[in-house]
Design a protein. Structure first.
Lengths: 613, 216
């Protein structure tokens, strides 16, 4: 804040570990988000493999019931909060400033704070294993199971505090995205010329801003029940476990759109690029984003049909849930319209995006079935539900994230991912995924409940469970090929051009990887695909000979970059110490939490005293 | 405008309106014009307040869901409407002093700004004192957070509001320090505006809390 310290403009990129620890560069933070999230994705995947191995045969004995409960809870929590959400945030961090032609995010240090808090919260969640008691009440942690009387160990406490920290991390990240997207657009980049990925990040951020406080309150009340003897969720003391479900799902349903909407954005960018056409129905796509996010706040009780709401409430929430299919359907048809008569290049990124359309549609149709109250009563808490949400989250979000990875890897690293390995990755993923998740729907319909650690033979479930487990290992083999692909690629020389895919948006109008200041010169923005316009002329079709755009113009003399800072890391560390202080409050005489508060205040003052640059 | 030449060289098929390079886009200095015209920090505060709205709405919903489940003599009856009314008046008055503080610096009166900020912080502290009186009354009558649902919801709801007031007071103290050190002037007073936005929001939340706890 103080401006009396003069620093010389910094335009070159520093190197070394310290520069990464103190970085406030949105591209580096984006990469840190992506790398950390991939690590958690692999951990969550290993948990899934153990679960599937346990269920491969009837009367499985790989893990005991208690460990099984911990595994599926940690798998769900990890994939949602530590893998898919931060993968979206990572892509957003890296791409949003580039796509809108900005130098960085609006609040670079806040951005770094969000990342470090995410990392520490993830470590905190996994620290519960060290104490031999990981959370085991499922990812939606229904009360009263999570109450002290029924979950006496520290597992739930780790879960609650870790989710609170992750909530703060997502919230500050989203505030930053909203301000950046609204306030830092290049001249000419009006709201109706934002790339659709940026639209996806914008609406997702707004959803996070309005949904997170609800789970924050839900978790605070649970914490008070567990530590201070209140009885918010204890029916035995006039409390109400339904309160948890309402507060949780008011967050929890928007949360599924929080995971999928950046993926929608990625699919839109990828399909348009490889079809060499503008996105079909741009305005309808943008309105569909807004429509989905609005409706998503009105459907939460469709997770609670089996709890005995009134028939009127059931009908209303079923109706609003059906409504979601309208904007989603608009998106699917517009994607098809985008590919239609395009000059298509079948790259790995395109394959993943095309696979997404078909598979995600199946997931969406499963959602329509579940929104039908009588159907839901029949199949709720069965494997049908497990099949449904894996079809929207794996076949939806994860396929899109893979598409995005193949698409933007050259921009981020200056190197191509190998296309042949990529195609192997794609086909292993598709075949494995369908074997893994499709038959879960059938298993659910014939009565296999979710979250059972084993089952008796002779119920007609054996063969499907075996197929699913084999599918799981095929998916894992695909992921292994992907990881190998990344490692091989990173050892190759940088051969990627600035614009390897004949791109349409601004991130291709700079070098690969971009310089620390992103752009030296900015091309004019007159449509949602400014770079395409510059190459082919406005409103042009694809042509064989695009114009070469000379990007060497402009000067970096005016570039003024924010200073690196250690305070974001220290502040998030202090918050984590505070969280640990609460978890072990009764054991440590509540000493650690006040220390955390003092450290928080200290790092906050340090932050304020440091000039932003 | 060297970039203009480069771009012209790059394309003759490009429409004439594209020839003008938006050279200003090359630089985004610290106090750049923003797209919306609002300062980044001001936009941040507004969106943050939107989020806080849902936070308090969830806490209020919890209070209302459990309202009436505890007999009045075990909770509600020990609250004092007079204390709460005076407290409401004090907090609303602090919003007025905050507005006057901002107005003072806008017309360059720094001494008045500091005086009014001190007054605002004192009124905030007085409000917390009134809350302490209410808490004391409840606790001496055996109602605390773990006694019954009224205690749980009342202390949680007003406790989080009180914490927001306390943070607001700290914020104002930091504004006072900054003003004393010369960091706030007639043409650089955004910090006062930001603190004010938060302070008014916290006051507004109390108006709703007062209504649902004491009046209905």
């Amino acid at each position: 804040m103080a401006t009396n310290v003069l620093t010389l403009p910094r335009t070159s990129e520093p190197t070394g570990i310290w520069s990464w620890i103190t970085t406030v560069d949105h591209k580096r933070l984006g990469l840190l988000y992506l790398l950390t999230a991939v690590a958690f994705f692999l951990i969550g995947g290993i948990e899934a493999l153990i679960i599937r191995t346990q269920l491969a045969l009837p009367n499985g004995t790989v893990v005991d019931p208690s460990l099984y409960n911990q595994l599926f809870t940690m798998h769900g929590t990890t994939m949602i909060f530590l893998a898919v959400m931060p993968l979206n945030t990572g892509f957003g961090n890296y791409l949003v400033p580039l796509m809108i032609g900005a130098r960085d995010m609006a609040f670079p240090r806040l951005n770094a704070f969000g990342y470090w808090l995410y990392l520490f919260a993830g470590i905190l969640l996994y620290a519960s294993f060290i104490f031999g008691n990981a959370p085991d009440a499922g990812w939606f942690g229904y009360a009263p199971l999570t109450e002290r009387a029924y979950s006496p160990g520290h597992g739930i406490d780790f879960w609650v505090l870790s989710l609170q920290l992750l909530g703060i991390s997502s919230l500050v990240g989203s505030l930053n995205f909203v301000v950046t997207i609204l306030n830092m657009r290049a001249p000419g980049m009006t709201i109706n010329r934002l790339p659709l990925f940026v639209w996806g990040v914008l609406v997702t951020s707004l959803l996070i801003i309005f949904a997170i406080p609800s789970i924050t309150v839900a978790l605070i009340l649970l914490l008070f029940d567990r530590y201070f003897g209140t009885s918010f969720y204890l029916a035995s003391a006039q409390g109400d476990p339904m309160l948890w479900q309402h507060l949780f799902w008011f967050f929890g349903h928007p949360e599924v759109y929080i995971m999928i909407m950046p993926a929608f954005g990625i699919i839109s960018e990828v399909l348009a690029t490889y079809s060499r056409k503008p996105i079909f129905g741009y305005a309808a796509m943008a309105f569909a984003f807004a429509g989905i996010s609005f409706v998503s706040f009105t459907v939460w009780a469709h997770h609670m049909f089996a709890t005995g709401l009134s028939p009127v409430a059931d009908a209303v929430f079923a109706a609003t849930s059906f409504l979601v299919a309208v904007p989603t359907g608009i998106k699917i048809f517009n994607w098809l319209g985008t590919i239609w008569k395009g000059s298509i290049r079948v790259t790995t990124a395109f394959l993943f995006a095309a696979g997404f359309i078909g598979q995600f549609t199946i997931g969406g149709l499963g959602g329509v079935m579940l929104a039908t109250v009588p159907v839901d009563w029949q199949i709720t808490d069965t494997y049908f539900v497990v099949g449904h949400f894996h079809y929207v989250l794996f076949a939806g979000a994860v396929l899109a994230l893979f598409a995005g990875t193949y698409h933007w890897f050259p921009k981020m690293t200056g190197r191509y991912l190998d296309e042949r390995l990529g195609q192997i990755h794609f086909w292993l993923t598709m075949v494995g995924m369908i074997m893994l998740f499709f038959f879960m729907h059938y298993l659910g319909v014939i009565g296999m409940p979710r979250r059972i650690y084993t089952y008796a033979p002779g119920q007609g479930w054996d063969i499907w469970n075996m197929i699913e487990t084999i599918g799981a290992f095929i998916v894992a083999a695909g992921v292994l090929v992907f990881v190998v692909n990344v490692f091989i690629s990173l050892r190759q020389p940088k051969t990627a051009t600035d614009d390897p895919w004949d791109g349409q948006t601004l991130e291709w109008a700079t070098s690969s990887p971009p310089p620390v200041y992103n752009f030296a010169a900015m091309i004019p923005v007159n449509s949602p695909r400014p770079f395409w316009d510059a190459k082919y002329g406005p409103h042009s079709e694809f042509a064989e000979n695009p114009k070469t755009i000379d990007l060497s113009g402009g000067s970096t003399a005016h570039v003024h970059l924010p200073n690196p800072s250690i305070w974001p890391l220290l502040l998030s560390l202090a918050l984590t110490i505070f969280a640990v202080g609460i978890i072990f409050g009764p054991q440590t005489g509540w000493i650690l939490a006040p220390i955390g508060v003092v450290l928080m205040f200290g790092s906050f003052l340090g932050w304020l005293a440091q000039p932003a640059g | 405008m060297s970039a203009v030449g480069k771009l012209e060289k790059a394309g003759d098929r490009v429409g004439s309106h594209m020839e003008q390079v938006v050279s200003e886009a090359q630089v985004q200095p610290e106090h750049a014009e923003t797209t919306t015209g609002l300062d980044h920090r001001k936009l941040l505060i507004w969106v943050f307040i939107a989020s806080e709205t849902i936070f308090f709405a969830s806490l209020m919903a919890t209070y209302l869901v459990f309202r009436g489940k505890t007999p009045p003599q075990d909770g509600l009856a020990h609250l004092d409407l007079n204390v709460a009314s005076i407290n409401t008046f004090i907090l609303l008055a602090s919003s007025l002093t905050m507005v006057l503080a901002l107005q003072s610096i806008e017309s360059g009166k720094k001494g008045r700004l500091i005086g009014l900020l001190i007054l605002t912080a004192l009124l905030g502290a007085l409000f917390l004192g009134g809350q302490a009186l209410e808490y004391n009354e409840l606790i001496t009558n055996g109602v605390s957070i773990d006694t019954n649902l009224f205690g749980a919801t009342f202390f949680t709801l007003t406790g989080f509001h009180g914490a927001h007031v306390a943070i607001g007071i700290l914020w104002i103290i930091m504004l006072i320090i900054r003003a004393l050190r010369g960091g706030i002037s007639q043409h650089n007073h955004l910090a006062v505006e930001l603190g004010g936005l938060y302070w008014h929001f916290v006051d507004l939340v109390w108006v709703v809390l007062f209504t649902i706890i004491y009046l209905i």
